[in-house]
Structure formats: C-alpha cells, structure tokens
Ligand binder design. Structure first.
Ligand code: Q9C
Ligand code: ZN
Length: 488
C-alpha cells in the first residue's frame, strides 16, 4: 500500500500536449472535470475584469464606523442637555445591522486622522488644541504648544461640564480621539471610493464637522471632516474637482469658508436661513465665492419660516432646478455629502422645523449617484431624533445599494412648492445664472409640481425631436429640389 503522502502530485490546471491521455475512465472523467473547473474560473475572472472595466469597481458600498467616537461625551452625561450624543451613531449602526443592509456593504476600518491631515483645513493651534489629550500632548514638541492649552479656552457649562459652548462640549480624556477618528474614518472611506475600490460610501461618524472653521469650534463641530477629506483627495490622490452637497438644515459655514476662493471645490448648501435668523446665520444666497472661486459657492437659503413648512416638494424642486443642473455642469470627479438629517420631520425649531421625509433623502442620494461615475460618499452631520436619523440613513444606504426605493407619495409629486420656497429659488437662480447658464431655463417653471415639470420636459423633448425631424425633412426637400433643377 502506498501512503497518501507518496501519491504523485497532479498538476491540476494544465497538461502538456505531449502527455498521454489517462487510461482509466475515472481518470479521464477527473480530467474533464478539472478542465471544466478551469474554464469556469477563467470565465469568472473575465466577468470580474469586465465589471472593473465597465464600472471601475468590483464591490458595493462601504460603511465606516468606530466605537472610539462614542467616548466624546460631556462629563455631565445628560443626553437631554446635549442632543449630539453617542446614541446617535450607535442607533444608526444597529439599524443598518437589523435591516440586513450592513451585510450587503463592505465594512471599512477607521483610524484617527493625523495632525498633519487635520492641518490641511485647520490652524496648527486649533489642531493641537482639539487633536491632543493631556497624555499625548507631552510627547509633542513643547515649542509647538502655545502655553497651557487646556485651561484658557474652555467655558464652564451650567450642566457642570466644560466646552466651547453648551452645544460643543469637551471631554479632556476622550474627545480628541473621537474627533480625530471621525475625520480619519471619512478619509479612509472616501479614498477607497475615489480609488475605485468601493462603489460609494456612508460614514457613520460623530461629532459632526461642517460648522468647524479654520480656528473655531462651534455647533457641535471641532474638525471639518468633509472639508479635510476634500483637500486630502486633491492633495494625495490627485482628484481634480470635488462637489460638496450639504443638506444638513444648518448652513455649513466652516465648509464654505474652507473653499470660498477655490474653483476646484463646488459647495452647494440647502439650509434654513430666514434672512440670517437661523443658526449659524451665514449662508446668504449672495455669498457666491470670492476671487477665482466666484460662482463655486451656491446657497439655497430657505427663507420664510415654517408656515407653510418646507418639505419633500421643496427639496426635490431645488434639486430639479438648481442642485442637479449645476452639479452636472460642474462635472465633479467625486461627490461628498454633508448628510445631516435635521431637516427630517421630527426635529423641532430651533434645531429643525422642516418636514422632509426620510424616504426623500434616499431619492436625493439616488440623484447624486448620477454624478462622478457614482463616486458618492455620505458623511453624517447633524440630526438628533433617533427614529428620523435611522430611517434616513436606511433610505440613503438603500439608495447606495441601488435597491428599489420606497416610492414618493403621489401627493408629493402633484403638490406645488410653497410660495416662500419659490421665492428662495427665484433668488438663487437670479444670482447664480451669472455663473451657471443652465439654471436660467428653470426660472419660469419654479411653481410647477414635479408631475407638471415632468410633463413639461417630455413636451420639450418631443418638440426638440419634432424640430429635428422637420429640419431633416426640410433638408431632404431641399436636396430633392436641387436634384430636380440640376442639369443632367
Ligand atoms: N443658541 C449641526 O446640526 N444651536 N449643528 C445653536 C443657539 C446650534 C447644529 C443654538 C445647533 C448646531 C451639525
Ligand atoms: Zn444641523
């Protein structure tokens, strides 16, 4: 008896032409199966290659999350006083797990952003102030630290904790890790999407970032994750044009500031403005960018309060007439979304007041996926109603997965945008048509329902093709006449 170990080893995948065919039927059968398997593998490889060539990626959406971000909590521990709490991202993570959506996505490992990465947007002082803890602060070059950093900046809060203000709390032990993790998670995810390793992405991160300016923490925000990511994509991956869409109900003053003079990053924000009476007060429609960046800052600054309320119809109309036409004309290489969900129903003034449905955000996501070859990365910003932010996250991840979405109600499609929204959009179009000629054609039909707009566009398309036919007919007639009159 020969032992298994001494059996001659097959070369399973190839035979030389001169080698004799096996004698026994069993051996022949085995060879046929080997060849079939080989063909199967080849075919599979071909198909994968085709997918890469066609779409530029193999896998689906990526999701990033890390428990380090949970530790940013006020010392007082009261989540009613501090609505931007750890439960927000825990709940979203659980929701994606429970619904089975998470298992359809790639899970990306996060990391803490480096101090250098953060300084692409923030000053050195600001970066050290919020990017270090007492423990790792000692390790840094002492010359870089401008005095006793921890003592002078913070305020004592009525709740007993410390922070920049009662929104923007600080935990000396844990917050620096959390805020750097939020940035690093988004950077990791966006780099994989931009490099074609992932189709698109959703970053479940906190604290939010879009209010953070070069040297100012405010509105729950310390480091501007989206702005830092846009800068790094350009500097490290040679990405050319980045579109940032910000649909958090608050204006992203920090993001606007970071790219105000920069024509390579188009910032489009939809926010409650009320003539500067809603936090943070910036984001007027006249703020269109500066210097070479003129025209690359677009503020859809809703004004007129909440009676009548702003909801799906108004957001969908803004996308139809302003956001998508400008975005297509800009033709970005990557789209980053400051995806706050505080415009979703369930958020009351002063932290909200609008009644956009969670479902609507899925539809907005799907529209953005028509840009940049689908390279869209959503980053959580604001929103504190747990049901609302979980529902909206679920809708957006469903869109990123390209699964069929819950359709919008027919009532939404038939409703006309409210009078204040029409006025807001008229103003934006008037201002931005100097920079984006594509928006001009929407000025006249702003009051239409989406159904009416659809019919109008079909009619327009039909008119265009009818005219094309007519002109072809006219050319043919002309050609025929020319033949008739030409001498033989
Ligand atoms: N007294 C985000 O949604 N509240 N931040 C200001 C003024 C600020 C919201 C209250 C709310 C900030 C990311
Ligand atoms: Zn917000």
């Amino acid at each position: 008896m020969r032992t298994v170990g001494k059996l001659p080893r097959h070369r399973p995948l190839s035979r030389t032409q001169s080698s004799p065919l096996p004698q026994s039927p069993q051996a022949l059968q085995q060879l046929v199966m080997q060849q079939q398997h080989q063909q199967f593998l080849e075919k599979q490889k071909q198909q994968q290659l085709q997918a890469v060539l066609a779409d530029g990626y193999v896998s689906g959406p990526g999701v990033v999350y890390d428990t380090f971000m949970l530790k940013h909590q006020c010392m007082c521990g009261n989540t009613h006083v501090h609505p931007e709490h750890a439960g927000r991202i825990q709940s979203i993570w659980s929701r994606l797990q429970e619904t089975g959506l998470l298992s359809k996505c790639e899970r990306i490992r996060g990391r803490k952003a480096t101090l250098d990465e953060i300084q692409t947007v923030h000053s050195e002082y600001h970066t050290l102030l919020y990017g270090t803890s007492p423990l790792n602060r000692q390790k840094l070059d002492s010359k870089k630290l401008l005095g006793p950093i921890s003592q002078k900046m913070y305020a004592m809060l009525p709740c007993g904790g410390i922070g920049v203000d009662s929104d923007t709390v600080w935990n000396e032990m844990h917050s620096s890790s959390a805020v750097r993790m939020a940035v690093g998670c988004l950077v990791e995810l966006a780099f994989k999407v931009a490099a074609g390793e992932l189709k698109n992405g959703f970053a479940i991160i906190r604290p939010p970032g879009h209010h953070a300016e070069e040297s100012t923490a405010m509105g729950f925000c310390f480091f501007n994750s989206v702005a830092i990511t846009a800068k790094l994509l350009q500097q490290k991956l040679n990405v050319g044009k980045v579109l940032i869409v910000d649909w958090d109900i608050h204006h992203g003053n920090g993001t606007q500031q970071a790219f105000y003079n920069d024509p390579s990053v188009l910032y489009i924000s939809l926010h409650r403005y009320d003539n500067g009476n809603f936090f943070p007060g910036s984001g007027a429609p006249e703020e269109v960018g500066g210097g070479p960046g003129v025209g690359y800052n677009v503020n859809v600054a809703w004004t007129g309060g909440v009676d009548p309320p702003i909801g799906d119809v108004e957001y969908l109309t803004a996308f139809r007439t302003v956001v998508m036409p400008i975005a297509h004309e800009f033709s970005p290489d990557v789209v980053l979304v400051s995806a706050g969900f505080d415009a979703v129903e369930g958020h009351l003034s002063p932290l909200g007041g609008y009644s956009v449905t969670a479902r609507c955000f899925g539809h907005l996501t799907r529209q953005l996926m028509t840009l940049a070859g689908g390279r869209v990365v959503l980053a959580l910003e604001g929103g504190h109603d747990l049901t609302a932010i979980c529902d909206a996250s679920e809708a957006c991840v469903s869109a990123l997965l390209s699964v069929e979405l819950q359709p919008l109600d027919e009532a939404v499609l038939q409703q006309k945008p409210n009078i204040n929204a029409v006025a807001t959009l008229e103003k934006v179009i008037e201002i931005q048509s100097k920079h984006w000629s594509c928006v001009q054609r929407f000025a006249a039909g702003l009051g239409r329902s989406l159904r009416e707009a659809q019919a109008g566009e079909t009619e327009e398309a039909e008119t265009v093709s009818a005219m094309a036919l007519l002109s072809v007919g006219a050319e043919q007639a002309q050609a025929a006449a020319a033949r008739e009159h030409s001498p033989r």
